[in-house]
Design a protein around this ligand. Structure first.
Ligand SMILES: [Zn+2]
Ligand SMILES: [Zn+2]
Ligand SMILES: [Zn+2]
Length: 345
């Protein structure tokens, strides 16, 4: 993530709604990738310090779960991230707005990364191949809802997120039940977006054969693979070929896990560069990025240990995973021809 600067000179962060120095209203603009200091013009419009007229996303003005602005001429009342919402949480339920805000914060970060990578971010309302989000609650969290359980997942462009994933107690309990060291709303959103972009970029494309060579065939029965995974636990040696134990389930889960890790890497490297912790060329190739990332991950883990916290990045990038990340990098970068992958071994 970039670090931004307010026009008063103070540093701003992606989540800010107010500048803590000059106390002015702040909004993030997806189009320019900038945070602007705003002055209210009338009920609908705001002006930046450079006299650019903007509106605020309706989820900012009405619920304070977003901090994005939208172009003054936009027909939508929502920013590009909020336009992806098909179902928002039931706000009559106490605390749901805080959980929703936490998910939106992660979703904005995801959407920014996707846009920065030049990937299409299109709402389900605009295209049949568009992306939609449902934030749902199961009966365990809210006895008054219809769904007994809500499973976080992706199906044909619809990403469903269990709202409980934004609850710290639920997160900690689930981590310990499943033996996971890392589980966050942002991690879920990155993972699920991987499934969506598999459908969009790989399934019917020139990349599918190389995908199958590296990850295995995605056509195997999914439910059977999942049942087999849970029945045959515990797994040993998974860390020789996969980034996480869960990635073993199925080639599509392996892909989604690698996708999430690629997004973890590029966002965190960008933060390190902007905070002057690491110095590297923005146009670095994947080799240099992976080199910087492994050094940074070691440093982050050591810093966390100094604070008595768990490792920030409890994963190891083995050779098989590195090969998968190379593939992913090439799929995302349109300048690479798929034939180049043959050289990656
Ligand atoms: Zn300021
Ligand atoms: Zn918004
Ligand atoms: Zn998945």
């Amino acid at each position: 993530m970039k670090t931004f600067r307010c026009d008063c000179g103070s540093q701003l962060y992606f989540e800010n709604t107010v500048c803590l120095s000059c106390n002015k209203l702040i909004a993030y603009d997806f189009t320019s990738d900038e945070m602007n200091r705003l002055t209210k013009l009338d009920d609908n419009y705001y002006l930046t310090d450079f006299n650019k007229k903007l509106k605020l996303c309706k989820n900012y003005t009405e619920y304070n779960v977003c901090n994005a602005s939208i172009p003054a001429e936009s027909e939508s009342q929502l920013c590009i991230s909020c336009q992806l919402n098909r179902t928002i949480p039931n706000l009559d339920v106490i605390d749901n707005i805080q959980k929703w805000a936490r998910l939106e914060k992660s979703k904005r970060r995801l959407v920014r990364s996707l846009l920065q990578l030049g990937l299409p971010v299109i709402s389900y309302a605009q295209s049949e191949n568009g992306l939609a989000f449902d934030f749902l609650q199961g009966q365990q969290q809210n006895p008054n809802v219809d769904n007994e359980f809500v499973t976080t997942g992706h199906y044909k462009g619809l990403i469903t997120i269990n709202l409980a994933e934004a609850d710290d107690i639920y997160l900690e309990n689930t981590k310990s039940e499943l033996g996971e060291q890392y589980r966050t709303p942002l991690g879920h959103l990155r993972h699920e977006s991987g499934h969506y972009y598999f459908d969009l970029l790989i399934r019917d494309s020139k990349w599918i054969d190389i995908f199958r060579e590296i990850f295995g065939s995605e056509e195997g029965d999914y439910q059977q693979a999942l049942d087999h995974y849970y029945q045959s636990k515990p797994h040993t040696n998974w860390n020789q070929n996969y980034i996480s134990e869960y990635a073993m389930v199925h080639p599509l889960e392996d892909w989604a896990e690698c996708w999430a890790h690629y997004l973890h890497m590029i966002d965190t490297l960008e933060s390190a560069k902007n905070l002057n912790i690491l110095d590297f060329d923005e146009n670095n190739d994947i080799d240099a990025q992976l080199y910087n990332w492994s050094n940074l991950a070691i440093a982050m883990n050591e810093l966390n240990r100094s604070m008595g916290l768990n490792d920030a990045y409890p994963f190891i990038l083995n050779t098989a995973v590195v090969k998968k990340l190379y593939f992913l990098d090439q799929v995302i970068d349109p300048n690479f021809a798929p034939t180049r992958l043959v050289e990656v071994d």
